[in-house]
Design a protein around this ligand. Structure first.
Ligand code: AMP
Length: 635
């Protein structure tokens, strides 16, 4: 019998009050497993079949009255110490998966749960297994297998927190990369609950240092991840070594056929529970894509980070080499970046994740394998710098954001040739992945100004220096003001400029990012060739500036194009330019032609044959408090 529950991703204890978005709305009892909207199965046959079955009429059992907080956990028959432990960590009401799974597991039944991280699945198996624990037995009674070390540590911590008020419960995480002898010592001293990755667990079993003869329950957590990571034979091997009388619990976000086979072959008449994600949960992650030529990806990435930058960013790249290239480039642009790839040793990996978690590092560049199971709440943006291999990988990647009740953003980079894969990914998440443009200068510059204003406000509200240091800084200000006889405004401006640390405040160059036809490879080649030619001729101005100044549409026959040294960064508008030139030159406003505003300069088309003295006056003319320094384009 399967219980299909309309659930929602369950948020962390920190937001636990807001966490339980919707208590269970209905429990559907039927003999089918519904597809997981948020995390589709990799097995297309399965998902197609279950999509059909979705329409099968099912019995709807009306929801019972929601009991008052905490007594809801007490109603499961959990012992006092566990209830106290739950109260201490702020769990008030069980999540849908807990409501469905705990009673079954308390009876000692096997169980298959289709649910992913964030639904509260750890407590769903952790609480009943702790309840059934015999504190007097010193050999392991519960073994939890997890695909990653991070998850192993997380699950072990969760067990410890639930059992905080129980006496004599020992939980041990064991995973590769950690000291083997240390683990042996702990095992010798006696542990009841072992949480580990398959490889290390097997090593201990083979060496006889992990005695599973008294094992009562085995949990396979994130079984589909274990399959994806190639651990499935190890898992089967472990299953085969267990005592015949044991309880097996299998949790998996998706149900590929291999995982179903395990459940059929190794579980006895299991209860089945499926958390059906509400469509809205998937939409908590805003997903967009942009199309960019390969050679421009790095620049596009920097632009996206500048304009969309958020608290906590993970950038997914396809290879180790790309993670390094990307990280180096971002580092040069002043980002706190860390890399997570297969070459990073385990100890460093844990430190990196910790630094990401507490904000010392804000951007992580990772490969898929290295970032599996990564669970950091503060990730606000996932960038798929390289397209993932399939829909399932895409779902896992974007699932690194939008955690613990927060909203998240996901941006997918596609080269023009990869555009054809977009449909497949959209089907995998069952929603459109909106198109976006690579951010142009205007939005990046606006973002920079906003950020500066925000930083200034924060600095005013939360000074970083102590009072003595502030007094010294005040003295410096007074002294400079006196020596230079400048106003407080001038001083403040100089201090702000100092804070830029030599970096330009605004982006220079063309107004928009040149990618109106990202698909045109010839344009790229032309552009490259053009760059080389200009190198030879010694012209180091950006290609785009020259191209646009001349304009594909040059000035009309009777007009000439001029360059003036005032631009977007001076906040100039065409009206300012027309007004000033018309006043000074006596030209009628309507005879002033096309005006284009660039970042630091503009171009203006004026009638041919301007007298030299008018030209000289225009050179000194000031607009937005800057001399126009007018020059003939190409002269
Ligand atoms: P999990 O799916 O087990 O990784 O749990 C996701 C998050 O929800 C974790 O931070 C848990 O601590 C939290 N959590 C699980 N169950 C509850 C509950 N009943 N009340 C509040 N928070 C919970």
């Amino acid at each position: 019998m399967t219980q299909i529950i309309d659930g929602s991703t369950f948020t962390g204890a920190a937001d636990s009050q807001a966490a339980i978005e919707q208590p269970r709305e209905d429990v559907v009892l039927s003999s089918v497993v519904s597809p997981q909207e948020d995390a589709p199965s990799s097995d297309t046959t399965d998902s197609a079949a279950s999509a059909d079955l979705e329409t099968t009429p099912a019995t709807v059992v009306p929801e019972a009255e929601t009991p008052p907080p905490i007594s809801a956990f007490a109603a499961f028959g959990l012992r006092r110490e566990l209830l106290d432990g739950l109260a201490a960590i702020g769990f008030e009401e069980p999540s849908p998966i807990q409501k469905a799974a705990i009673p079954e597991l308390m009876l000692g039944r096997d169980l298959v749960g289709q649910a992913q991280t964030g639904t509260g699945k750890t407590a769903a198996f952790g609480l009943p297994l702790l309840e059934r624990l015999d504190a007097g037995q010193r050999t392991p009674q519960v073994l939890v297998l997890t695909p990653t070390r991070e998850l192993a540590m997380q699950v072990a911590e969760a067990f410890n927190s639930y059992a905080a008020c129980m006496k004599g419960v020992k939980v041990l995480p064991i995973y590769g990369g950690a000291d083997f002898r240390d683990q042996i010592q702990h095992l010798r001293r006696g542990v009841q609950i072992v949480v580990g990755t398959p490889g290390r667990v097997m090593d201990h079993m083979r060496q006889g240092t992990l005695d599973l003869s008294g094992l009562r329950s085995l949990v396979l957590d994130e079984a589909d991840e274990m399959l994806r990571m190639g651990f499935i034979d190890d898992v089967k091997w472990v299953l085969e070594q267990l005592p015949a009388e044991r309880q097996v619990v299998l949790f998996s976000a998706t149900m590929p056929s291999e995982i179903r086979r395990i459940s059929q072959n190794y579980l006895k008449d299991p209860a089945e529970v499926t958390i059906r994600q509400k469509a809205a949960d998937g939409r908590r992650i805003r997903q967009r894509h942009l199309v960019v030529n390969g050679p421009q990806k790095l620049e596009a990435l920097e632009r996206v980070l500048e304009a969309e930058g958020s608290e906590g960013v993970i950038i997914f790249a396809r290879t180790k080499a790309i993670t390094l290239t990307v990280a180096e480039s971002l580092e040069q642009h002043g980002y706190d970046v860390a890399v997570l790839n297969g070459d990073v040793p385990q100890t460093q990996r844990e430190r990196t994740i910790e630094r990401l978690r507490d904000g010392r590092v804000n951007v992580l560049v990772a490969t898929d394998v290295a970032a599996r199971g990564l669970d950091v709440d503060r990730i606000g943006l996932v960038i798929n710098y390289d397209i993932p291999f399939d829909g399932e990988a895409y779902v896992h990647r974007i699932g690194r954001t939008g955690r613990a009740g927060r909203s998240g953003e996901a941006i997918l980079f596609l080269t023009p040739r990869e555009r054809r894969f977009l449909g497949g990914l959209e089907r995998a998440v069952n929603q459109p992945i909106e198109a976006m443009e690579v951010p142009g200068n205007a939005s990046i510059n606006q973002h920079r100004l906003d950020r500066l204003r925000q930083k200034l406000t924060t600095a005013l509200q939360q000074p970083v220096c102590n009072p003595e240091e502030r007094a010294l800084l005040g003295e410096i200000l007074q002294r400079v003001a006196l020596e230079q006889s400048c106003s407080p405004d001038q001083l403040a401006l100089a201090a702000l400029e100092l804070g830029l640390a030599g970096k330009p405040l605004l982006l220079q160059g063309e107004e928009r990012w040149g990618q109106s036809r990202p698909g045109a490879p010839t344009r790229e080649r032309d552009r490259d060739r053009g760059d080389r030619d200009r190198e030879r001729s010694g012209d180091r101005r950006p290609f785009s500036d020259r191209n646009q100044e001349r304009g594909e549409d040059g000035p009309e026959d009777n007009m000439e194009r001029f360059r003036i040294e005032v631009g977007w960064r001076d906040r100039v508008k065409p009206g300012n330019i027309v007004g000033a030139i018309a006043n000074e030159s006596g030209l009628a406003g309507r005879s002033i032609g096309k005006i284009r505003i660039f970042d630091a300069h503009s171009t203006v088309d004026l009638p041919k044959g301007m007298p030299e003295e008018v030209f000289a006056d225009l050179r000194r003319l000031r607009v937005m408090n800057k001399e126009l320094q007018i020059s003939r384009l190409g002269s």
